[in-house]
Design a protein around this ligand. Sequence first.
Ligand code: ZN
Length: 379
Amino acid sequence: MPGFSGGLDEIAELPLTEKDELRATRTVDNPFGAHFCAEPGELVRIYSTSGTTGSPSYIPLTAGDLENWVTGSARSYAASGVQPGQRIVSTYNAGPFVAGAALASFDRIGLTHIPVGTGNTERLLQAIETLNPQAAVLTPSYAAYLAENADLRGSSVQRVLVAGEPGGGEPAFRARLEEGWGARVTEAMGIGDIGVSLWGECEEQDGMHLGARGFVHAELIDPENGAAIGLEDGASGELVLTHLQHRAAPLLRFRTRDHVVVKTAACPCGRTGPRIRCVGRTDDMLIVRGVNVFPSAIREVVGSFAPAVSGNVLVKPRTPGVKQDPPLPVAVELAPDGAVDAETIRARLREVLVVQTAVELVPWGTLRRSEYKSTLVER
Ligand SMILES: [Zn+2]
């Protein structure tokens, strides 16, 4: 292309890469897709995505790729303040999934890692009680589930590291987790095709720093038209990531579908990487009479009514698809002895998110809890 020097300043001149494009180029001979560019014998690992939509994608890594993943993840998790020699209990089923590389980063930090896997609450509580870990890593939904169902305030856990879905950065949700665990909550985030735990929050709890700096280049775009948005303080848009050092299956301007807000002001922790907060998945977004609404943003606004509400919400679109006619029905669960006026919540949602909702208050315990990831929208 004329005048293109190949520098990152000009990267927005290049086309975006969509997940579907990767799928479309997979063949019997090349199950990874056309972006695979290593020799098959160089691979040390092939992870799978969880395949919630369609068949799983395979993610190949060379030894160098895996090394960089673990390094970036270790930086992100170390930002939380966990120290070498401390114990961390993890609840991810690594198995075929990229989370395995995140777990390897605990060894790199020098932590004593206690893996207990997913969906075994009894084993987890037993491990916390017996082995006294200083940290626990889990999804925010599972952290909330445990805080409701167990008395953790007196436990040894001082740091709860959450990842796997948005939520850990929502002030009201975070406050609920910190109250329930008697611990500090920080979040981390990655995306399988690019890398695990690319981002991790420091003790300032003011957004996740780019731990994978030097391995990954971050950009923002307008999800509607793909136009580049400058990485300036307060900017928001869809996160687009480019591999800088990846060998096996490098991606250029990959659309993550994560909608984020950027913070670039100096962080007192001294880390200079840009920070983000994930507002939600572009895939979960609804458009109510022209207004973009993320279910997680609804949860955040509703959460500000705690302790009257439990913090659990369920958005119930009346029609399939993204576009919705107002009012958008939202079930809001009350706390055990909570009392609040539905109209007050409706007015606050209208004020903050500029969306017309129909708020229905439901009693404590009505909405389903998750031991993995939450569903905020009833489809
Ligand atoms: Zn910081």
